[in-house]
Design a protein around this ligand. Structure first.
Ligand code: G6P
Length: 615
């Protein structure tokens, strides 16, 4: 997955594209490149590394004038991250130049054919094959660029968001999408192209999100013409008014996006339930649930599909749905689910959870479930994302843009939405009483303030981070609702500090991980008062007798764990089902501080990307 940006209009394209690429770096940062049309020719520069490296290079070696251009920030799939494999890519004649996010699966057979016809290739990429295929079609069929792109894409198997232009027709950029996102910003006599709206948000609030299998010819002074790639039919595109503002996507005074997003959780959680829940009146209302209540109530089971942190939120929801609404739940890695011929019927409700709404495996799982007749409900953060559009109904998390690659506020807001859904269904099914229903809502309403209190442990968590930052391994333990939190805590640490960490159900420790424990092993144990407290205390005793270092996440005022543990971090008390919203906070902070102390790139950890649009 990669980030793509393009501009055509009356302004200088370079600064717009450069800034846009910086905003899209969360999508990948192995290499970057920009191609500009300067009025007579294409000027292109690209390099392995980050957008800052590209900027240095361009400003050393290339004039930056021109009001048409495209840019790319890459997360490598085909071909190692090096200068040659970076985008944009030229066609053999040098007339066409392209940027691409996605994978052309049949690129090898296409490449063989093109080599037979005399084409040569500099890079190992599938993208260079595509631009030459377009060139070949354009020459053979003697057609315009738009038509050539269309014919070429009909020969392609795979996923793409592309932008391509021809130096002999410098008044248009042709774009297309299948499986990877592509938005077109509509300004006054100017157009912006990007993987999401963040590169153009300060220029226009109007955007067209291309649908899968659509392409568009974007013409200077003329506008945007959208067509179906397969059958050439014209599409009347929906111009959406964007809600996002620039401050939301900038760091707001924090050193890192991750820290900003951790601290945004009180307001993000509030935004998630705001307007959906009225505890005093005993009401939870979410359109996607109300409109499909029968389907939910008649469902045999709920299957949750997701990846990464979203999968952990799904695991928490298994406890909530089963506990409150008494609906059987299965939680599946989307990547496994899609390939194992799962038993799905029209009596199943599938809930797909995804921050970005673009994760390829989750999208594929949704398509599979739909093809087998299941009703699919999406829980996404990014409005208008592919998953939001592909699902039958859904509920947004309203967390605001999450830029740090390690997911934080997306996780807690996903749990919040899933809690609201479970509560609403529980009430409709009568599996909880109206007083329990109200009690849950009142407790949920208090969570933003309690998250704020949990954040007050930051300085102390930093002290603990300093003590354990050089450990080679960490173990995270939790039970019940807090078992998925242990998994999430371990994932956070792995992702950004590169320290090996494992999450485990506390009681399973004795079946393996206990063998790892010695005086060098820090063990984070979630031991809040609600939920198997005494059992977890016994687990802590077992660790202590093997000299492990215990960091307890406990309820305010706890004494029993304090007496046993090396350190305790307190979180406010709440009902059991809501404890994950609080116990997660110190774990996020712990991984943040350790990574920072180790000098790691917190917002852009190596090898990872924010939205994984490849399988
Ligand atoms: C990537 C991100 C993770 C995220 C996962 C699923 O691996 O780095 O933070 O949890 O994808 O992404 P989604 O957007 O579907 O929640």
């Amino acid at each position: 997955m990669c980030g793509i940006v393009g501009y055509i209009g009356h302004r200088e394209a370079y600064p717009i594209i450069l800034k846009g690429l910086k905003r899209l770096e969360y999508r990948g940062y192995d290499s970057a490149g920009i191609a500009l049309f300067d009025g007579t020719d294409i000027k292109l520069s690209k390099t392995k590394g980050k957008v800052d490296d590209l900027q240095d290079k361009i400003e050393r070696e290339m004039p930056t004038n021109g009001n048409l251009g495209i840019g790319h920030t890459r997360w490598a799939t085909h071909g190692v991250p090096n200068d040659v494999n970076s985008h944009p890519h030229y066609s053999n004649s040098g007339d066409l130049v392209i940027i691409h996010n996605g994978i052309i699966e049949n690129y090898e057979s296409l490449k063989k054919e093109l080599i037979k016809r005399g084409y040569t290739f500099k890079s190992d990429t599938d993208t260079e094959v595509l631009v030459n295929l377009i060139e070949d079609v354009k020459k053979n069929e003697n057609t315009k660029l738009g038509k050539a792109v269309q014919i070429a894409l009909n020969q392609v198997v795979g996923a793409y968001a592309i932008a391509v232009f021809d130096k002999h027709k410098p008044n248009e950029i042709v774009v297309a999408r299948l499986g990877s996102p592509l938005a077109i910003g509509i300004g006054e006599d100017e157009f912006f192209i990007a993987s999401d709206a963040s590169p153009f948000i300060e220029y226009t609030k109007n955007a067209i999100y291309l649908e899968d299998e659509e392409m568009a010819v974007v013409r200077r002074n003329k506008g945007v013409k959208v067509r179906k790639i397969k059958d050439d039919s014209l599409v009347d595109p929906y111009v959406q008014e964007l809600q996002l503002n620039l401050e939301q996507i900038e760091k707001g005074g924090y050193e890192h996006f991750m820290l900003k997003e951790i601290y945004e959780q009180p307001s993000a959680i509030l935004d998630t339930f705001r307007g959906r829940m009225r505890p005093n009146e005993g009401i939870i209302k979410m359109a996607g649930i109300e409109d499909n209540m029968k389907t939910f109530l008649n469902a045999n089971r709920i299957i949750v599909v997701a990846c990464g942190t979203s999968w952990h939120a799904g695991l928490v929801s298994e406890y909530i749905f089963e506990d409150l609404a008494r609906i059987p739940v299965e939680v599946e890695y989307a990547s496994e689910f899609r390939y194992r011929n799962p038993v799905i019927t029209d009596k199943d409700v599938v809930i797909a959870i995804s921050q970005s709404g673009e994760t390829a495996d989750t999208l594929a799982a949704i398509k599979l479930a739909k093809s087998r007749g299941a009703f699919v409900f999406g829980v996404c953060n990014v409005v208008g994302s592919s998953i939001a559009r592909e699902t039958d109904a859904g509920a947004y998390t309203h967390a605001g843009p999450e830029i740090g690659v390690a997911s934080t506020k997306a996780f807690t807001t996903q749990i919040t939405v899933l809690t609201l859904i479970a509560l609403r269904l529980a009430r409709a099914k009568g599996t909880i009483s109206s007083s329990e229903f109200r009690h849950h809502m009142i407790e949920l309403e208090l969570i933003p303030e309690k998250v704020k209190r949990a954040l007050e442990s930051d300085a102390y968590v930093k002290t603990i981070a300093d003590i354990y930052k050089n450990a080679s391994n960490f173990l995270y333990l939790g039970r019940g609702y807090n078992f998925p939190v242990a998994l999430e805590g371990a994932l956070k640490l792995k992702e950004i500090s590169y320290i090996h960490a494992e999450g485990y159900p506390a009681a399973e420790m004795k079946h393996g991980p206990i063998a790892l424990i010695d005086e060098n092993m820090p063990i984070v144990v979630i031991a809040t008062k609600k939920g198997h407290y005494e059992k977890v205390v016994s687990n802590i005793q077992e660790i202590k007798s093997r000299k492990g270092k215990i960091i307890g996440i406990v309820t305010e005022g706890d004494e029993q764990v304090r007496a046993l543990a090396d350190h305790v971090i307190e979180v406010p008390e709440t009902i059991e089902s809501l404890t994950p919203l609080l116990t997660t906070i110190p774990l996020q902070l712990l991984s943040y501080h350790i990574a920072l102390m180790l000098g790691k790139n917190v917002d852009q950890p190596r090898n990872l990307a924010k939205a994984v649009t490849v399988e």
